[in-house]
Structure formats: structure tokens, C-alpha cells
Design a protein around this ligand. Structure first.
Ligand SMILES: [Zn+2]
Ligand SMILES: [Zn+2]
Length: 330
């Protein structure tokens, strides 16, 4: 029996009458995490982890009807029990477990298996059917630890004390992970773009420890940022915001920096391979550890990962699109 199907609005559980990370406004939306491709506005009722409440409201509006739940807390929706479990992706990120009679499905959302000081560690949740992401589902993707990559970032920053060093990275999740890891190497403050600042403040409010941050906009116009590190979102690159930094050295921190040519194409001097998604081995190990009999694969390399799981590991694995009922152009 299918506990979850795919409708034009997104993943749907009929027995519980809710959607998970719907693409459009629905009645009841369970949200795995606050990244914009998972948390969209327009739904009447939201359920998400308590700890992601601050960021969800910042992004979807203070007025949304949001019920915050603790990790592991079981809630009855219609005929099913649901619970949220740590996904290790960003603050408050969750896998969603759905139980009906003796059947359990888990929707992973985005997840990673590497240690990240800013969020709860991924929890293996045994299930019958696992719906996994596969953003980096190719064997070429193998991550170093966040601490090792942040040591490289620190050395890059220290290598030029005459210019500003601007590091571009996603404002929600990646920036705070870097700020938390940098505590191991320095007590110097780091300057931040406004978009990074608002989210970093929310992380601080829930007790995540990071290096001191100062909004770059608070410095006088003639301040030169010599030898300073500035964190900014990718949208800041080559924007008018950048004009106040003279001849900065630039870098981008992302899992995509593992792709040959990506750094040069985007015009950064340096690339740091740092991802909040599972690498190939992380995806494969997780599918095995859940002991799921069936694995549906979505996001990114769903064909490659599902073929590997079914042909090599003899798991019944399929791209998620095979669950889709209705329009075929998903
Ligand atoms: Zn995400
Ligand atoms: Zn995502």
C-alpha cells in the first residue's frame, strides 16, 4: 500500500490528509526545513520542528499558522502517526516519518551525514519505504569534514592580509556552519552581508555558538576591510553591494565546487567544496541503514542512485517520478 503518493501539489499522504514540502499552497503542509525549495507560502496550516520556527516565520511571514513539534514527538493526523527526526542538513531540518498500522514510510528531505555544529546529527530511522534525496548522487562526490574545509577557508583568508576576502555561500545554513567551524581557528570577528546577518541572529537566539559577526553595513564608508573576512550570499557577487570592497579576493563554498569548471564559470578565484547534502557514500549507506525494502529517489541524480541501489545492493529502488499520479512533466 502506498502511504505517500505524488500529486501536482507535491508529496501527499491520503490517510493523513497532508502534504510534505508542497510546491503550491495546500490545507496542511508538513515542512522538512526552511530552504525556499521546501518551504513555500500559501498553505493554511504548517507543521515543522519547533527549532525551525524562527527561520520559517522570517521566510513565510510572522502570521502563518505554524505548529512547532519536537524531534521524535508523535502526532496523530487523520489515520496516521507522524514524527520529525533530525536530518543533519540545516537548523531544524527533519526527516518525516509516517506510520499507518504496521507500515512505516520516511521522507528524508535534504540531509547530510557529516558532523555540523549548527544542527542535530542525522538519525537513522528504520522504515519499510524510504524517500531519499540524491542531489549529489554520483560516486565522484566525496566530502571532507566541515572542520577540514573551514581550516582551508581560514588559511585562504589569512593568506592575504592586505585585501578583503569575500566568501560567498548560501545565507541559510552554510554561512552559519562556516561561522561555527571557524571558532576552532580564530576569535577574530567576521563581517556579514545583511541577508546572512538576519539568519545568523536567529541561530544565536537558539544557542548555536559561532564567531562574532558584524554587519558590514555598520562600518563607516571609508573603512577598507583590509585582511577581513566577509560572508555574503551568491546574489551579492558582482552586485552593487560589492562595490565598497576594493580588489577583494573571492571564493565560493558549495558542494557544486566539486564540479570541474564550476568555479571558473561563476567567476570566483577559489572554490571550497562544502555541502549540506549527503555525498555518494552517505546516500548509499543511509539507504542500507534504514533497512527499507523500497527506496524512492528524488532531487538530482535519481536515476543513477536508484540504478546502483537496485543493481548492486538489490534494494527495490526507483526514481520518485514512478510514484507520480497525474501530470507526467514533474
Ligand atoms: Zn535544503
Ligand atoms: Zn532541497
Amino acid at each position: 500500500m502506498s502511504l505517500i503518493t505524488v500529486l501536482p501539489e507535491g508529496l501527499y499522504c491520503e490517510q493523513g490528509e497532508f502534504f510534505i514540502d508542497p510546491w503550491r499552497g495546500v490545507d496542511t503542509a508538513l515542512i522538512t526545513h526552511a530552504h525556499s525549495d521546501h518551504a513555500r507560502s500559501g498553505s493554511s496550516h504548517y507543521l515543522a520542528t519547533q527549532i525551525s520556527e524562527g527561520i520559517l516565520k522570517k521566510r513565510l511571514g510572522e502570521g502563518i499558522d505554524l505548529r512547532g513539534v519536537e524531534y521524535g514527538e508523535k502526532i496523530k493526523l487523520g489515520n496516521v502517526w507522524v514524527s520529525f527526526h533530525p536530518a543533519g542538513h540545516v537548523l531544524g531540518s527533519a526527516q518525516i516519518r509516517v506510520e499507518h498500522k504496521d507500515e512505516v514510510w520516511v521522507v528524508s528531505g535534504d540531509y547530510k551525514r557529516c558532523y555540523d555544529p549548527t544542527c542535530a546529527l542525522f538519525e537513522v530511522v528504520p522504515c519499510d519505504t524510504f524517500i531519499t534525496e540524491a542531489t549529489f548522487g554520483l560516486p565522484i562526490y566525496q566530502w571532507q569534514s566541515g572542520q577540514e574545509v573551514c581550516r582551508q577557508i581560514y588559511e585562504w583568508w589569512q593568506s592575504d592580509r592586505d585585501r578583503p576576502s569575500i566568501l560567498f555561500c548560501y545565507a541559510f545554513g552554510k554561512a552559519q556552519r562556516i561561522l561555527a567551524e571557524l571558532r576552532k581557528f580564530t576569535d577574530q570577528p567576521v563581517y556579514v552581508h545583511g541577508a546572512v546577518h538576519v539568519l545568523t541572529e536567529i541561530y544565536r537566539q537558539v544557542g548555536v555558538e559561532m564567531v562574532e559577526t558584524i554587519p558590514a553595513s555598520e562600518k563607516p564608508r571609508d573603512y577598507k576591510f583590509k585582511g577581513d573576512l566577509i560572508l555574503a550570499p551568491p546574489s551579492g557577487h558582482r552586485s552593487s553591494w560589492m562595490k565598497r570592497f576594493q580588489q577583494p579576493q573571492t571564493a565560493f563554498a558549495s558542494g557544486w565546487m566539486a564540479v570541474r569548471g564550476a568555479r571558473r564559470r561563476r567567476g570566483y578565484e577559489r572554490g571550497f567544496v562544502l555541502s549540506d547534502h549527503a555525498d555518494w557514500q552517505g546516500l548509499v549507506n543511509t539507504a542500507l541503514q534504514t533497512r527499507a525494502k523500497t527506496v524512492y529517489v528524488t532531487h538530482g541524480q535519481s536515476d543513477v542512485l536508484s540504478r546502483y541501489l537496485s543493481e548492486t545492493l538489490e534494494i527495490n529502488a526507483l526514481p520518485l517520478k514512478t510514484l507520480f499520479e497525474g501530470e507526467s512533466d514533474i
